[in-house]
Design a protein around this ligand. Structure first.
Ligand code: ADP
Ligand code: MG
Length: 598
């Protein structure tokens, strides 16, 4: 008896704060979201020492009168929903009425706020959840929140904070998310009194991306158009095939305007990119999903970073399809540029290409069997692999068209026995012959798999081998696709299998060991993927061994065929592992490098 007690509001807020306010970036997130809900057109953020010593967010939103300002610090006080029914269709970023009291309970907190037409504003100072001062304040209309000494009264939490740099980076990422999500709001970030960035209000997402990340990135993005399905609208931008990052920092996802983390969506994006994405790399996405609010539950997590979909499969499929179609479209657009006839530099109308054809033509039939000029490896040093080179994703399929007698690109030679140098209207193209061959082989095998199956070759001796029960189960389930892949495998007793043929292009000296490796490689992809996908994965993993090795010298007709086959591919600009097959260096970039143009 008498052991149970109601927690005081301050303690209850601190407990709740544990979930809402994990680190300085969460403070920034909550405050910015409040500013946006208040209709701010301009938000200024200042942080000191990674936000641990100070976070200040100033907005020009609707402000609050004194009663509301006091009420906003109470737990579960919100102006955004009134009834449980409103939860069905939340249109604001906030709705739980928890952020301000939570933050105020774990910091030294100051709120000043003023409605646009009010004569005076209100200033409230709270220390560790206890209101110390309430008085008139004279700031401009809008709201200003200052959060100092975060977690000063929760040492256990403070210990979990990372370095100031890391916390600053988290904050910056958070502000990027908000800035991308709300292009019509201007943002300024000051870190330790230095301006980190400042973006003006803009009309479109594209403008915001350019302002925040630069025109070069925007150029390499594909805009998503309109509806993916009746239930899910998808808009925004995604990186062209071959564009990727080592971190998730530019994989931004929004559901009904709210930045979220979603395993479901990230894996759908991956599936959409499939072989257009380098292994271990992350795609660049500014992906906005809009769906009926009644079909998304945003009230899953106190920080509202996660959502639950009523029909997750529909969402997944819509994203996969949208990304596949957009990548295809991106390819068509690039194709036009890549294939523009030589002599008419793309984008420089009226200007005649300066002496582009210095070297002799190499396509004369009588010469066609000679080896291509091999350019010394010293040339490589001239090519700065840094920012000047764009890994342009994108040409596209279709036979190499000839424009009269002149084809639309011309092979110049082979550099370092690996890189084919070509000229097209836009400038110089470098093709990695190894990666190119991988792509060609991959698509050919995939086609065969779809049609009649990959041709296989009988082994001299069939092999019998055991597998652990789980792997055996996997093989049983995927038997038919393995057979289509040219692997002649069948059951041979419990957990035992027999292989008597392998795909023709493979020369595995130990078939049993090869099978174990295939199973290891593939079982992780199988659970959620289609048969086709599994087959593709397998081809992607095995073609590499068969592709032309770097340093295999090729003769001219072989190089020409390689390029033609490459351009016939569905996704010619990256190998099945997502590495680029070709790099375009435009004439404009060359001119810049040579100081001909500023
Ligand atoms: P929620 O955002 O979930 O409603 P908060 O604790 O974040 O809960 O904020 C409580 C209330 O305070 C909000 O509903 C809003 O009415 C008011 N408020 C908070 N920040 C601002 C702001 N920057 N401008 C105007 N009103 C604000
Ligand atoms: Mg809020």
């Amino acid at each position: 008896m008498g052991r149970i007690r109601l927690l005081s509001d301050t303690v209850a807020s601190q407990v709740a704060a544990g979930e809402v306010v994990e680190r300085p970036a969460s403070v920034v997130k909550e405050l910015i979201e409040n500013s946006i809900d208040a209709g701010a057109r301009k938000i200024e953020i200042l942080i000191r020492r990674g936000g641990i010593s100070l976070v200040r967010v100033v907005d020009d939103g609707c402000g609050m009168d004194r009663d509301d300002a006091l009420l906003s610090l109470e737990r579960h006080a919100t102006s955004k929903i009134r009834s449980a029914a409103d939860l069905q269709a939340v249109s604001t970023l906030g709705f739980r009425g928890e952020a301000l009291p939570s933050i105020a309970s774990v910091s030294r907190f100051r709120l000043t706020t003023r409605e646009p037409n009010a004569l005076a504003g209100t200033e409230i100072i709270v220390n560790g959840g206890k209101i110390d001062i309430v008085r008139d304040g004279g700031e401009a209309p809008g709201t200003q929140v200052e959060v100092r000494s975060l977690f000063f009264n929760v040492p256990a939490r403070r210990k979990f904070l990372r370095s100031e740099n890391t916390e600053s980076r988290n904050i910056e990422h958070q502000i990027h998310l908000q800035a991308i999500g709300h292009p019509q709001t201007a943002f300024t970030l000051l870190r330790d009194d230095r301006l980190v960035f400042q973006v003006p209000t803009t009309e479109t997402l594209g403008d915001r991306i350019r302002d925040l990340y630069g025109a070069e990135l925007l150029e390499r993005l594909i805009q998503l158009h309109g509806a993916a399905s009746r239930k899910v609208q998808i808009r925004g931008f995604i990186g062209q095939a071959g564009l990727s990052r080592q971190t998730r920092a530019q994989q931004l996802i929004f559901v009904n305007g709210r930045a979220i983390d979603s395993g479901l969506i990230t894996s759908a994006i991956r599936e959409g990119y499939h072989t257009a994405l380098m292994k271990g790399q992350y795609p660049v996405t500014f992906l906005f999903l809009d769906l009926d609010p009644a079909t998304v539950d945003v009230n899953v997590h106190p920080a509202k970073r996660e959502v639950r979909f009523r029909d997750p499969n529909a969402v997944r499929e819509a994203i996969v399809r949208c990304i596949q179609q957009s990548l295809e479209r991106g390819r068509t657009e690039w194709q036009e540029k890549f294939r523009a006839p030589l002599g008419v530099p793309a984008g420089v109308p009226g200007k005649v290409a300066p002496n582009l054809r210095l070297r002799p033509e190499v396509s004369a039939p009588e010469e066609s069997n000679r080896e291509l000029p091999h350019l010394g490896s010293t040339v490589a040093g001239v090519v700065d692999p840094g920012r000047a080179i764009k890994t342009h994703p994108p040409p596209s399929p279709g036979p190499v068209k000839r424009d009269g007698d002149r084809q639309q690109f011309q092979i110049i030679g082979v550099l370092n026995k690996l890189y084919v140098l070509m000229e097209n209207a836009d400038g110089l193209v470098l093709v990695d012959q190894h990666a190119a061959h991988e792509r060609i082989l991959f698509e050919e095998l995939r086609r065969r798999m779809e049609e009649q199956g990959v041709p296989s070759q009988k082994l001299l001796l069939s092999q019998i081998f055991d597998l652990p029960p789980r792997d055996a189960d996997w093989v049983e389930r995927n038997m038919s696709i393995l057979q289509k892949m040219g692997i002649g495998i069948e059951s041979f007793g419990p957990n035992t299998f027999k292989v008597d043929s392998l795909p023709i292009f493979l020369n595995a000296s130990d078939p049993a060991q090869f099978m174990r490796k295939v199973i290891d490689d593939l079982k992780s992809v199988s659970s959620s993927s289609s048969e086709m996908r599994l087959g593709e994965e397998m081809i992607a993993k095995t073609v590499c061994r068969h592709a032309v090795k770097a340093n295999d010298p090729l003769r001219y007709p072989e190089v020409e065929k390689l390029i033609r086959d490459l351009l016939d591919c569905d996704l010619p600009y990256c190998c099945p592992h997502g590495r680029p097959t070709m790099i375009q260096i435009s004439l404009a970039e060359l001119e810049k490098k040579f100081g001909r143009k500023v």
